[in-house]
Design a protein around this ligand. Structure first.
Ligand code: UD1
Length: 425
């Protein structure tokens, strides 16, 4: 429940990156041994991944709420996913991690999501090119190889998941593997850094070509690793500062990762100040409209598109958003419209009428970032907004209620996120 129309003011510490965490946790299986991962975000996706690793025989111990020790020495290469986690999306990383380490994996098919089909054909193409046989039956993916041999793999789409997955599968492949047209997102670099620190030989992560020289399992060492800050969480709070004409400092961030968003906020008239590990956003009551096109990193992230669309409802004129990464990522617009947004969708483009008067209503999150979009809009809306299905938001935002409260927002949790909630004044 959010009572909006108040400027947010203050500082917020950004947690570790969700998308890095859900890659590096399975990467511990690829590395083998015992590893300590620091700066883990305390979110549902991480808790779920820990449960999956435990169900596979890995020993997971939280040394403190954001530090996890994984002992992967006795992990199985067959994943019996606990029933409640069968819809998990990022479980696909188990395939590459286990194939790389054990040359064998049985993993339930990854779950879908609410914004279009998300095939894994590029992941499979990479595994097969390395020499694996891939069979999909009975709801699971079976991969196995006598030998994995390095080769050249060209991705038809610069998929984040395929890049990380093939990279993990190739860590011990004989000779050199080259992944061309790969994705460049910061969490790909983070996962490569973790594996390299353990003893892998991965070069070029963060560029369009990654080279992996196969090493031996005996080359790998136990390591401590700290996860990078969450680009999308940081961006969400920056947008929250801008939409409420507030002044928000996001701390413990990597400003370079935020450049696409900072540039758009400046175009709209917000002031941006940045230090080594912080960014301050000073919002304005008059915001200009702009155009946004989602792209792979370093372009504007699709995961900030819904929150940005909420902000664009406050521009002084019509703004345009083009979604190029996912075919169907405007499904949340109906819910945003309940708060007063006026948006027309045509294919992959949204035209957002500016200067909308947002007013509180009962809305439902349809996925993680759609939920974040509704939170951002509710912070600017007059009156009370009730957001249900907040379990989606819990997947990716650590402690969002307390972080927003510390910035001066009127927000409270009135249910567990899934149970029916009684509307309050
Ligand atoms: C990751 C992120 C997600 C983000 C997305 C794009 C994680 C855990 N999730 O998702 O938050 O929104 O990147 O930045 O890191 N595609 C194919 N074939 C494939 C793989 C992908 O056609 O084999 C297509 C997808 O349908 C989509 C596009 O490529 O249109 C990008 O997908 P991808 O980068 O793979 O996204 P995810 O790794 O699923």
């Amino acid at each position: 429940m959010i009572s909006g129309n108040k400027p947010l003011k203050g500082r917020v510490d950004i947690s570790g990156a969700k998308n890095a965490a859900v890659a590096i946790i399975p990467a511990t299986l690829c590395a083998g041994g015992v590893h300590t991962i620091e700066n883990l975000p305390q979110i549902e996706d991480v808790r779920n991944y820990i449960a999956v690793l435990e169900s596979m025989g890995a020993k997971c111990r939280l040394l403190n709420p954001s530090t996890l020790q994984v002992d992967a020495r006795k992990a199985n290469s067959t994943v019996h996913m606990p029933d409640n986690l069968k819809g998990m999306r990022a479980s696909y990383y188990l395939i590459g991690a286990l194939l790389g380490r054990y040359k064998h994996a049985v993993v339930p098919m990854p779950g879908g999501c609410n914004f279009g089909s998300r095939p894994i054909d590029q992941h499979i193409k990479g595994f097969e090119a390395l020499g694996a046989t891939v069979v999909q039956e009975h709801g699971s993916i079976f991969v196995s190889a006598q030998r994995l041999v390095g080769t050249k793999i060209y991705l038809d789409v610069a998929s984040v998941g395929a890049t990380i997955n093939i990279m993990m599968a190739a860590v011990y492949a004989e000779g050199e593997t080259t992944i061309e047209n790969c994705a460049k997102e910061p969490h790909i670099v983070d996962c490569a850094n973790f594996l390299n620190m353990c003893g892998a030989n991965i070069k070029g992560a963060g560029t369009g070509v990654i080279r992996i020289l196969g090493v031996k399992t005996s080359d790998m060492k136990d390591r401590d690793y700290t996860i990078i800050p969450d680009q999308i969480e940081a961006g969400t709070y920056m947008i929250a500062g801008a939409i409420t004409s507030g002044e928000v400092v996001v701390r413990k961030v990597i400003p370079k990762h935020m450049e696409a968003l900072s540039a758009k906020l400046q175009e709209m008239g917000c002031e941006i100040f940045a230090g080594d590990d912080w960014i301050k956003v000073r919002g304005k009551t008059e915001l200009k409209p702009t155009t946004v096109t989602t792209l792979y990193y370093p372009g504007f992230p699709t995961d900030l598109q819904p929150q940005m669309t909420a902000l664009l409802t406050q521009g002084n004129g019509t703004s345009y958003v083009t979604e190029t990464v996912f075919e169907n990522r405007f499904q949340y617009i109906d819910q945003l419209a309940r708060l007063g947004a006026k948006v027309k969708i045509e294919g992959r483009m949204a035209a957002i009428e500016g200067a909308a008067r947002l007013t509180g209503a009962h809305v439902e999150a349809t996925d993680l970032r759609a939920g974040a979009c509704l939170v951002v809009a509710a912070l600017a809306a007059e009156g009370a907004t009730k957001i249900s299905n907040v379990h989606f938001i819990d997947r990716g935002y650590e402690n969002i209620v307390d972080k927003l409260k510390a910035l001066g927002a009127s927000v409270r949790r009135i249910g567990d996120g899934e149970a029916p909630i009684v509307m309050e004044a």
